[in-house]
Design a protein around this ligand. Structure first.
Ligand code: HT7
Ligand code: ZN
Length: 878
């Protein structure tokens, strides 16, 4: 397969202005009739032919302006239909047959549980009909769906229904019209036996919008939270960004087979059922929060993505980075803002930093790709969101909002670039953002080395920051970035933030405007004056830039910041850094076969957390959570999975042993029989209680085991049931865990989303039988390689969260993953290319494991590969 390059971008030769589609729906042979109103693009020369994309389509008929085309008047290959001498303006009619029932790739039109649905982003529409399937071609759509009245009573598409009626042979039809010009990737249809819940929202200008959530009948009691989230998101976008919804109706449909979380199709969002369905007895607090975030994310795309869209797929982060930033801000406003930031940063630092340091590292705006679906990555989404967050901090909220208003107003109805977005921000602020643009073009995570020196006599603190971005594939040399560094100086006597006065007036002006230091050079020194006590610096507050910050903090400094830092994020981070120092010692001890000794400063810091009253339980739960094995691995030059697991377990057990009574008291203080609500207060109490229980269970404390058993039996809500069951299954107490597991599996056999949790919690157990369980569960009737949620729950959880067992030294974990990738490569290449990720990180491990992992990559390479898997494997082995 050949790569596509950003530098080759040209406007299309022809654009579609209006598109009329007719679908005669049948599972194995759906007839799609398309009438495209096409015209030559004003910038295109008369020599360029009309080229339409089309894949896996069986062409039955083609005509221009009513005249059938004969063979020789058009050219067909695997990917395109070309007409050399088309008029400047034409109506092109085509009829094609497609086979939705055998579409296991879940791109284009497919059947999920008897229901027809579509996924057109990024290039799925070309599997439905011949079309200029690129985001800079925007047309109005009129869509007629025809289907069997019994099998497919509900027929949905974008926009508004304008006509419906009965047809011969038990069929019926509905015609939908979408008045907003849109690219083909936002097209959607759904047809099946569905039921809906409906509600209404009155917009800020007083228009009433009909809201509908469509689900399979059995799930009708699981939509309340999604509907509440949708209305909250609509209101928030009006109040925060001044964005009002435009159509008269907004629909969400839940489907079981879906490659990602959801899709923002105009007026008809299609959701993975896991990202929309919730019920206190089936979904955890985390799932409730995910639903709130994804519903908001897709809704926010109506402006950041649909009204203003991307010129080409290299600009993907234009809509995704901005929209993730918007959904993160929304969730922060709905829940605990510091906890949301801690969660987002933990995810970024663990998973995106690893991507940025590995063989598939790419800039937030890549300059080439083979398969665009491989580029729906953490870098595009999460790092992209951090870039927008940096702009918001550099400009301040009010100016940022002016930039956002200008962007939406100026580019409404257009397909644009990242320069257009950043240009608006530069225009409203007067800032020079040229250097800032490097964040989009340069891959890799910048490292900032900081050192500080306090001059007691002068009352001065000199802070020197040095930046460096490591080489990444295709980019050996890096340039300096424009990095906003939010700082505080915490007085060692007072424990208070000291007043910041900078010697350099320009630095002071920046600090006054945005509260940040602007690091632009490779090395810069900032001199703070007028200090009358020695400070400890609190750097990169709120994680003001997606960078790795190093500062030679002593353990006492970190314990001090953990107590006194006024920045909630950095207070948490000080605790993580302190724990990391202890963990590093223990990892070394394990490797050297030396007895492990717990650092008493960590124990005392935890004792302080447990005994100091707090009104922020959510943050306390985060503070009591040790860095994950994945995060610890990220900090190691060579990952030693066994030493990391042993060290972390040792710290957890030491803390549990020393603070057993405190953890028990914390558990008891946060029990409640109140009716379940997914609100911030209850969620915080549950997470604190379950963190306490996890410590007690780490030492298999008798009372802890009894409490876990009672919590499982009480069956109050899924958060508590799942937490208790997981802890039991991850313990050595099979006598209690096995019957509980069996009972749970039988009770929920009918609910695939609960069975996913049942799969995950078993295959993440640290005991050495985990891999056998994976194999055993792959034969379970509830498992299917064709369903991405099942694959993620069973295989994804094992390879991503069970590090000691996936990285077994006999290579059996790697072999299992390769077997799955080889199968999935044929069924669903997109999911195959994602699930393979842990194998691509072979460089991070010892030589023995490297050889085993590479051998499995080579085995995969020998197969007949999809472009998706080919691209990833080639990069991994390059
Ligand atoms: N914009 C949506 C992307 C998406 C997608 C991409 C490739 C393959 C399948 C997909 N499903 C959804 C999701 C979003 O970011 O909102
Ligand atoms: Zn998105």
């Amino acid at each position: 397969p050949r790569p596509t390059y950003l530098s080759d971008y040209r406007p299309p030769a022809y654009r579609a202005t209006h598109t009329e589609l007719k679908f005669d729906l049948a599972p194995s042979s759906t007839r799609v009739t398309a009438l495209l109103h096409l015209e030559r693009h004003p910038d295109s020369s008369g020599e360029r032919p009309l080229v339409l994309h089309g894949e896996k389509l069986s062409l039955q008929r083609i005509a221009i302006d009513g005249q059938e085309l004969q063979e020789g008047e058009y050219r067909l290959d695997e990917e395109t239909l070309t007409i050399e001498h088309a008029p400047d303006r034409l109506r092109l009619e085509t009829e094609v047959d497609i086979d939705p029932a055998s579409n296991t790739a879940l791109q284009g039109l497919y059947v999920s549980n008897g229901m027809f649905c579509t996924q057109c982003e990024a290039e799925g529409f070309r599997r439905i009909t011949f079309y200029p399937d690129r985001p800079d071609v925007m047309a109005t759509f009129s869509t007629t769906l025809i289907g069997d009245q019994q099998q497919l009573p509900v027929l949905l598409s974008n926009g508004n229904p304008v006509e419906r009626g009965e047809l011969p042979n038990g069929k019926h039809f509905v015609t939908w019209e979408d008045p907003f010009p849109k690219p083909s990737y936002l097209f959607a249809l759904v047809a099946g036996q569905l039921e809906k819940v409906e509600d209404r929202f009155t917009t800020m200008s007083g228009r009433e919008v009909l809201l509908e959530i469509w689900v399979e009948p059995a799930n009708i009691d699981k939509t309340e939270h999604a509907m509440r989230s949708l209305k909250a998101a609509m209101k928030w976008d009006e109040e925060t960004y001044g964005r009002e919804y435009d159509l008269d109706r907004f629909m969400i449909v839940a489907v079981d087979d879906f490659n990602m979380g959801a899709m923002e199709n105009k007026g008809l969002n299609i959701f993975n059922s896991a990202a929309v369905l919730t019920h206190p007895h089936t979904a955890t607090d985390a799932a409730f929060q995910r639903v709130e975030g994804v519903v908001a994310h897709e809704y926010f795309h109506n402006w950041s993505g649909n009204r203003v869209t991307c010129r080409d797929w290299f600009q993907l982060s234009l809509k995704e980075g901005f929209t993730v930033f918007r959904d993160q801000s929304f969730s922060a406003d709905m829940n605990s803002a510091p906890v949301k930031r801690i969660e987002d940063v933990s995810f970024l630092r663990t998973a995106q930093f690893a991507e940025d340091a590995g063989p598939t590292a790419h800039p937030v705006r890549p300059d080439h790709y083979i398969e665009i679906t491989n580029f729906y990555t953490l870098t595009i989404y999460e790092k992209g969101a951090e870039i927008v967050r940096m702009l918001r901090h550099l400009l301040g909220w009010e100016t940022f909002r002016k930039g956002s208003d200008l962007y939406f107003e100026r580019f409404d109805g257009q397909a644009v670039t990242i320069e257009d977005f950043v240009g608006c921000m530069a225009e409203v602020s007067g800032h020079d953002l040229d250097q800032f643009m490097r964040w989009y073009s340069q891959a890799g995570t910048p490292e900032i080395d900081a050192i500080g020196e306090y001059d007691y006599a002068k009352g001065e603190y000199r802070l020197t920051l040095r930046q460096r971005t490591p080489a990444t594939p295709d980019q050996p040399d890096k340039q300096s970035l424009h990095i906003p560094v939010r700082v505080g100086l915490v007085g060692t006597k007072s424990g208070e933030d000291l007043t910041l006065t900078l010697e350099n007036p320009e630095d002071q002006e920046n600090l006054d405007k945005g509260g940040v230091l602007h690091l632009r050079e490779e090395e810069q020194t900032f001199v703070f004056t007028g200090l009358n006590e020695a400070p400890i610096p609190s750097l990169l507050r709120g994680f003001s830039a997606p960078a790795r910050l190093r500062f030679p903090y002593g353990r006492d400094d970190l314990a001090f910041l953990l107590k006194h830092d006024s920045d909630g994020f950095n207070r948490w981070d000080a605790g993580q850094r302190l724990a990391m120092l202890a963990l590093e010692d223990l990892i070394a001890a394990h490797r050297n076969g030396v007895e492990k000794v717990m650092d008493p400063r960590v124990t005392e810091a935890f004792r302080g957390l447990l005994t100091t009253p707090t009104d922020d339980k959510a943050v306390l739960a985060e503070m009591l959570t040790l860095p994950s094995e994945a995060y610890i691995a990220e900090q190691q030059p060579v990952v030693d999975v066994d030493a990391i697991h042993a060290a972390r377990t040792f710290v957890k057990q030491s803390l549990a042993g020393a603070l057993r009574d405190e953890f028990l008291a914390l558990y008891q203080a946060n029990r409640s029989d109140a009716e379940y609500a997914p609100d911030a207060e209850q969620i915080a109490a549950r997470s604190l209680k379950n963190v306490a229980l996890s410590y007690l269970m780490s030492i298999e404390d008798d009372e802890g085991i009894a409490l876990a058993g009672q919590q499982f039996e009480a069956d109050h809500n899924m958060t508590d049931v799942r937490a208790a069951l997981t802890l039991l299954v991850h313990s050595s107490r099979g006598d209690i865990a096995d019957p509980a597991l069996r009972a749970f599996g039988e009770k929920w056999a009918h609910d695939p989303l609960v069975m996913d949790q049942w799969f995950s919690l078993q295959v993440t157990r640290p005991q050495s039988d985990a891999l056998d369980r994976v194999k055993y569960l792959m034969a379970h009737p509830a498992f299917s390689l064709k369903n991405p949620n099942r694959v993620r729950a069973l295989i994804g959880a094992f390879v991503g969260q069970n590090r000691v067992n996936f990285h077994r030294l006999d290579g059996a974990g790697y072999e299992l993953l390769a077997d799955v990738v080889i199968e999935l490569n044929k069924l669903n290449p997109e999911i195959a290319a994602r699930i393979i990720t842990p194998l691509t990180r072979w460089q991070r491990f010892d030589e023995e494991r490297q050889a085993l992992m590479k051998a499995q990559l080579e085995r995969i390479r020998a197969e007949d590969l999809s472009p998706n898997v080919y691209e990833v494997v080639e990069k991994a082995l390059a």
